[in-house]
Write a protein that binds this ligand. Structure first.
Ligand SMILES: [Zn+2]
Length: 259
C-alpha cells in the first residue's frame, strides 16, 4: 500500500462496485486512516445510486452523486427520476451524476435516448441547485451543446479525455476538469496538454475506482490512495509541489460540491 502523507479528496469513485464486495468495509476505514478526506461516490445505475446513497449515510467522509449513466439511459423514467430527486434531498448527496453521453460503445442506447436522459437530469440539477458530474466519451460536441442549454448549472467533466481546447471551453462555462490515472499513462500526451491548459483552480483529481488505476498500478483495481501518483504527475506538469496540488484540489472539490 501507499506510503503517503498527502491529503486527498477523491472526486469520483464507485465503491458500490461488486469488485469491492469482499473488502469494502475494511478498505474504506483504511483509506480514511491514510489521509483520504473525502470521496464522492457516483451512481451509474439506479441500484448503484441507491448503494452510493447508503455508503454516504454509513461513512462520514463519503458523499454521493445520484444519477443515471448514459450507458443505462433506458433506466431513466418518471419513477426513477422521482426516486433520484428524493435521494438528492439528503445532505450527504452533493451532486447529480454521473450523467452525460457515451458514443463509444455501439451497444449503448441511441443518441436521442442518451440526450433525453442527460437533459432531464441537467434540469433536475438546475431545479435542486446541485452541481453535475458529467461523463463524456466521444461526444464532446453534443455534450457542450447540452451544457450550454443550462447556463446556471456547474459541474465537472470527469475522466477528461478531450483536447486542451475543449477543456478550456468547459472551463469558460464554469466547469471543472477531473483527471484520473490516465494522466500517468505513457500515451497520455493529449490529456497532459489538457492539464497544462486548465487553470489550477479548476482541476479535480479522481480514481474512477475500480477503473483507471495510475501507473504503477495500471490494470489493477484502483483505490483512492493511488491518487498520490496523479497528484505527483500534475505537480510535475504545473511546476508545483505535490503538497500544493493536494491542498488546491481539495479546496476545488469542496468549492464545487459545497462542502
Ligand atoms: Zn465513473
Amino acid at each position: 500500500m501507499e506510503e503517503n502523507n498527502l491529503l486527498i479528496f477523491d472526486s469520483h469513485a464507485h465503491y458500490d462496485d461488486e469488485s469491492f464486495q469482499e473488502d469494502r468495509d475494511s478498505l474504506l476505514p483504511y483509506l480514511k486512516s491514510k489521509g483520504i478526506v473525502g470521496i464522492l461516490n457516483c451512481g451509474s445505475t439506479l441500484q448503484g445510486t441507491r448503494d452510493s446513497y447508503k455508503l454516504a449515510e454509513k461513512y462520514d467522509f463519503v458523499y454521493a452523486a445520484v444519477g443515471i449513466h448514459p450507458e443505462e439511459a433506458y433506466e431513466l423514467n418518471e419513477e426513477s427520476l422521482k426516486e433520484i430527486r428524493n435521494m438528492a434531498e439528503n445532505f450527504k448527496v452533493k451532486a447529480i451524476g454521473e450523467i452525460g453521453l457515451d458514443y463509444y460503445w455501439e451497444e449503448n442506447p441511441p443518441k436521442e435516448v442518451q440526450k433525453d436522459a442527460f437533459k432531464a437530469q441537467m434540469k433536475l440539477a438546475e431545479e435542486l441547485d446541485l452541481p453535475v458530474v458529467i461523463h463524456d466519451r466521444d461526444a464532446h460536441g453534443d455534450t457542450l451543446e447540452i451544457i450550454k442549454e443550462f447556463p446556471k448549472v456547474k459541474g465537472v467533466l470527469h475522466c477528461f479525455s478531450g483536447s486542451a481546447e475543449f477543456a478550456m471551453e468547459c472551463v469558460k462555462l464554469g466547469y471543472y476538469i477531473g483527471f484520473t490515472g490516465v494522466v500517468t499513462f505513457k500515451n497520455a500526451r493529449k490529456v497532459i496538454e489538457a492539464a497544462e491548459a486548465v487553470p489550477i483552480d479548476r482541476i479535480l483529481v479522481e480514481t474512477d475506482a475500480p477503473y483507471m488505476a495510475p501507473v504503477p498500478y495500471r490494470g489493477k483495481r484502483n483505490q483512492s490512495d493511488f491518487i498520490l501518483h496523479i497528484i505527483e504527475k500534475i505537480a510535475d506538469i504545473k511546476g508545483r509541489t505535490p503538497e500544493e496540488i493536494s491542498g488546491i484540489t481539495i479546496e476545488n472539490t469542496k468549492r464545487l460540491l459545497n462542502i
